[in-house]
Design a protein around this ligand. Structure first.
Ligand SMILES: *Cc1c(COP(=O)(O)O)cnc(C)c1O
Length: 388
């Protein structure tokens, strides 16, 4: 019998079921408090713009240190809404990494601008500042006006904002962070939400701070951007909500979701410590066989996901599956090779993004993993890699 088969036989009795993300275990912890919150909403009946929305916005602004938090209907809308405020056209360029979830590119296109794909740094897997400079020059030569750098904090690691911000200022661009995976992350002492002038966060159920449905929030220190967000999420109306002052959308968060998020946030910060502990175990035990995502000094991951790069990734993943350890591939295809976005693909290709898609593997990451389960995931990966 080989090690993979042995682990497959032992898994159930040793560690039970390992979930990739365990929302059930979390719900058990907060069920009573969430029920009370939901009943309160049923009682006051303000399903839209209820008091829980204000409470959530204030709580999250205070925790992150951002001046404004504007709740909205999804993480994608949290990116679209501030870009709509900028009133961009296809002649305006928004620079995004090629290795991210498709929502980042969709947001730029829905907001009316042109996405320009930038390659990633092969170690951090985030937008490469050097490649950004090259793409800005190319965009200008093609007649586009650089307007915004929309970097992504992939898997939870804040992008290199000091370097990206310097390039953005040199070309008169705004900076926005796609923090859909990085809530709870830090850079230079600042929490995600208060690292960049604008940050979009997602509360999709599977994100580390997740609602029980869709939700998102835009964080900003800029009063003008905050005003855009409040207006645009409510059909572009003025404060009295009587008159349209700009084009808007229905981008509101449901009060029920804010009610859930308030209880989720109350345990999020302790959960984050467990996520970090799981990550430390993975780092210590797997660094010999896989390339870990590098996290620069002064930067802390929010560990939305735990993703490493490994040889023979697909075979390793099959063997993990045989053992009963769930894994995921974020992401199999770089955006510039997806049908919807190929017209924006640079002729040069984006080699680091392309290479990463063939090597990345995401491991179970949630705060309800036991030490035994975390160790078992490591054992399973070591055995799978050896057998691959
Ligand atoms: C999840 C995600 C989004 C979109 O968030 P939704 O709430 O699903 O709209 C955007 N960008 C990244 C990087 C994401 O992971």
């Amino acid at each position: 019998m080989n090690a993979v088969n042995n682990l497959a036989l032992e898994r159930e009795s040793r560690v039970g079921n390992i979930a990739f993300i365990d929302l059930k275990a979390q719900q058990k912890v907060i069920r009573d408090r969430v029920e009370k919150r939901l009943i309160a909403v049923l009682d006051h009946g303000r399903y839209i713009a209820g008091p829980e929305i204000d409470e959530l916005e204030q709580t999250l602004a205070q925790k992150t240190g951002a001046k404004h938090c504007i709740a909205c209907s999804s993480g994608t809308d949290a990116l679209i809404i501030p870009m709509m405020g900028m009133q961009m056209t296809r002649a305006d360029a928004v620079f995004i990494p090629a290795f991210t979830y498709n929502a980042t590119a969709n947001a730029v296109l829905v907001a009316g601008a042109t996405p320009v794909f930038v390659d990633i740094d092969p170690y951090t897997l985030n937008m490469c500042p050097k490649d950004l400079e090259r793409r800005v020059d190319e965009a200008k030569a093609a007649g586009l006006t650089p307007r915004m750098v929309l970097a992504v904090d992939l898997f939870g690691v804040p992008a290199d904002y000091p370097a990206l911000g310097a390039i953005a200022s040199a070309h008169n661009m705004r900076v926005m962070g796609d923090g859909a995976q990085s809530f709870g992350g830090k850079q230079s002492g600042n929490w995600v939400g208060n690292i960049t002038p604008i940050t979009g966060v997602s509360f999709f159920p599977g994100k580390s701070l997740g609602a029980y449905g869709d939700g998102g929030a835009t964080f900003t220190n800029d009063d003008e951007v905050a005003e855009w967000c409040t207006s645009i999420r409510w059909h572009g109306t003025d404060e009295a909500r009587a008159n349209s002052v700009r084009v808007g959308i229905n981008g509101r968060m449901a009060t029920f979701q804010a009610a859930v998020l308030l209880e989720k946030n109350a345990i999020f910060w302790d959960e984050l410590e467990v996520r970090k502990k799981v990550a430390r175990t993975y780092d210590a035990r797997l660094g010999n066989i896989a390339e870990l995502q590098s996290i620069p000094d002064g930067t802390e991951s929010g560990y939305g996901y735990y993703t490493l790069q490994i040889d023979e990734r697909d075979t390793v993943r099959e063997k993990m599956n045989e053992i009963g350890v769930p894994t995921a591939i974020y992401y199999k295809t770089p955006l510039h090779q997806m049908e919807a976005f190929t017209e924006f693909a640079p002729e040069s290709g984006l080699p680091n993004a392309e290479k990463a898609t063939s090597r990345v593997l995401s491991l179970p990451m949630h705060p309800y993993l036991t030490e035994e389960q975390t160790d078992f995931v490591c054992e399973a990966l070591l055995a799978s890699y050896k057998a691959a």
